[in-house]
Write a protein that binds this ligand. Structure first.
Ligand SMILES: Nc1nc2c(c(=O)[nH]1)N[C@@H](CN(C=O)c1ccc(C(=O)N[C@@H](CCC(=O)O)C(=O)O)cc1)CN2
Length: 294
């Protein structure tokens, strides 16, 4: 008898009584075994969205062990609670496109973690508006697409370049785009095309120091902590739902360049965590915020 297949169910819907009971009861009745289950209702306090979120890792018996069959099994409960419910096989590896400009520390870190099996995903290609990392891509056997875009390019030129990126997303059936220090502001149209599937690493502890040069802003302010923030990309610069953040202690003796060097390591760790949690289906969007089932 073959090993039971494992799946991840994620769902969100308006909060009400009976959601966990119905979901876990359905899995039990179908002969499935829950390995891990986490849930959260955003129902308390000012600004609460009233939404309920759940992530269930479960084993399914052989006769149910495919996504289409499980989707049908969940059809009634999905409709009963008007859920946004998604089921993925645990061994399904999201297809990923990495985007970078001239700073390669996050790109290099992600590529090494992926190659050494730390990230359950399938990197398909790298896009850059510079040629700096052509050889690095080749060393990992990955296609490198150089799509130049000079700073201050007009909207039409930017959109034309973005449509070239969208063609690659289509051709490679990309599930996730990672902006690994890609220093171009994406248009609202491109952000719409990437909604919920593009993660950016911002090199500050948001909401402080938005924009292209946060370490110089931090140095000028004389902060004692610097940080990095991984967030989903939205049209409003550096305003997207935050997935992960971290900080490092600094002091008066460090120059802006020193802060940049300290920040690099924080950026790498924060982005790698955010990407891993996203591809493990642990992150759900909750309005302008996120729920992360770690
Ligand atoms: N629509 C969005 N696009 C991007 C976001 C985002 O949150 N929403 N994040 C950025 C990354 N980023 C900060 O984390 C950032 C990148 C670029 C700039 C900027 O001012 N770029 C200038 C050009 C700079 C250059 O050519 O070197 C510009 O685009 O005109 C600010 C912040 C990625 N995109």
């Amino acid at each position: 008898m073959s090993r039971p297949q494992e799946f991840i169910l994620t769902l969100s819907c308006q909060d009400t009584k009976g959601i966990v009971h119905n979901v876990s009861g359905l899995l039990y009745q179908a002969g499935c075994n829950i390995i891990d289950s986490q849930q959260f209702g955003d129902v308390q306090g000012e600004g609460a969205t009233g939404l309920f979120f759940m992530r269930v890792h479960f084993e399914a018996p052989e006769h149910l062990a495919d996504v289409a069959t499980l989707d049908r099994l969940f059809g009634h409960v999905r409709g009963q609670f008007a859920m946004d419910a998604r089921i993925h096989a645990v061994d399904e590896r999201p297809r990923v496109l990495l985007m970078v400009s001239q700073h390669g520390h996050c790109l290099n870190d992600l590529l090494f973690r992926w190659k050494s099996g730390q990230l359950p995903m399938d990197i398909r290609a790298i896009v850059s508006n510079h040629t700096t990392f052509t050889d690095l891509a080749a060393s990992y056997g990955l296609p490198f697409h150089h799509l130049p875009l000079v700073g201050g390019a007009d909207a039409a030129t930017k959109r034309a370049q973005e449509l070239q990126v969208e063609a690659i997303l289509e051709a490679e059936k990309i599930d996730l785009v990672v902006l690994a220090r890609y220093m171009q502001i994406l248009s609202p149209e491109f952000c719409q095309a990437l909604r919920g599937r593009a993660i950016n690493i911002h090199h500050s502890f948001l909401p402080s120091f938005k924009g292209a040069k946060p370490y110089y802003q931090a140095h000028a302010r004389g902060v004692k902590l610097i940080g990095a923030t991984a967030h989903y990309v939205t049209p409003d610069l550096d305003e997207g739902p935050i997935i992960e953040q971290d900080v490092a202690r600094v002091d008066h003796s460090l120059s802006a360049e020193d802060l940049t060097a300290v920040g690099r390591d924080v950026e790498c760790v924060v982005l790698a965590r955010a990407v891993r949690w996203h591809v493990e289906r642990r992150v759900l969007m909750n309005g302008h915020k996120s729920v992360v089932f770690r």
